[in-house]
Design a protein around this ligand. Structure first.
Ligand code: ATP
Ligand code: MG
Length: 245
């Protein structure tokens, strides 16, 4: 089965004032790719995907997508929602539909059904009328995934979505992503520090440190001797972080 190209990034450079966060990065993404984007803290991963999303401007380079391609986004650091944030789960998920509407921002019957369906798929339908701030970190993460999914995007971009999840939840989360990828043909770009958990699901790894250092399969990544210290220090760091909490 051949998949069409859905995103083409050429010679992308992104700077904050004079500091270069992303340097001359090129890669393309095909329909139904499931790509893990990895790299140390500060290596430019979030900057890269924000630029792809159009939230940041590139100093150089091009980003090309076929017209009509839609994107869902789950941003990094969304976990510390105020306990009293005055919105319920269905309202937060509905924001994923309202953002694209002009006024009046009213949801149709079909859209309300879509919200119900996505909550059901993520197994959080029982939380529908709860305040988002009253949920656990893992539950909030599912709600935010629901918000990213409710508009049925062609491409899903997730920035560290599993950092607040325990082992079981992490597995369930990846199973959901895998289902979306294989059964619904959703293309997924996943920024993660947890390449070990993601490795069963992805078809490609992009490893960056300002520049793109590797783009290929996970097994090729593991075989690349130059990169093995990275995998090692990464798993150690995560163990340490887990121990501290
Ligand atoms: N708004 C900003 N203004 C100035 N510098 C920034 C800004 N945002 C990020 N940077 C810098 O750009 C570099 C890349 O940051 P970025 O957030 O893209 O890294 P990251 O790979 O996502 O890191 P992490 O794994 O910690 O999330 C870092 O050195 C960071 O300090
Ligand atoms: Mg980041």
């Amino acid at each position: 089965m051949s998949h069409e190209q859905i995103l083409d990034i050429r010679n992308l450079t992104v700077k904050y004032h004079t500091f270069t966060a992303v340097s001359n990065v090129s890669f393309s993404v095909n329909e139904q790719d499931f790509i893990a984007i990895i790299g140390a803290n500060g290596s430019g991963k979030t900057t890269l995907i924000k630029t792809v999303l159009g939230l940041l401007n590139a100093q150089e380079g091009t980003i090309v997508t076929p017209t009509g391609v839609t994107v869902g986004y789950l941003p990094q650091h969304t976990m510390s929602l105020d306990r009293f944030f005055p919105a319920t789960v269905d309202e937060v998920v509905g924001m994923g539909l309202l953002a694209k509407k002009r006024f009046p921002k009213i949801l149709s019957k079909q859209e309300k059904q879509n919200i119900e369906d996505v909550l059901h798929m993520l197994n959080i339908q029982h939380l529908t009328h709860k305040r988002i701030g009253a949920l656990s970190g893992g539950q909030q993460q599912r709600v935010l995934l629901a918000r990213a999914l409710v508009s049925n995007p062609d491409v899903l971009i997730l920035d560290e979505p599993t950092s607040a999840l325990d082992h079981n939840m992490r597995k369930q989360f990846f199973d959901i992503l895998s289902h979306l990828n294989t059964s619904h043909g959703v293309t997924i770009l996943l920024v993660t520090h947890d390449i070990a958990s993601a490795s069963d699901y992805i078809n490609r790894v992009i490893y960056m440190d300002q520049k793109l250092l590797f783009d290929g399969t996970f097994s090729a990544f593991c075989e690349d001797q130059k990169l093995s210290p990275f995998i090692h220090t990464h798993s150690l760091r995560h163990k340490k972080m887990g121990d501290e909490s």
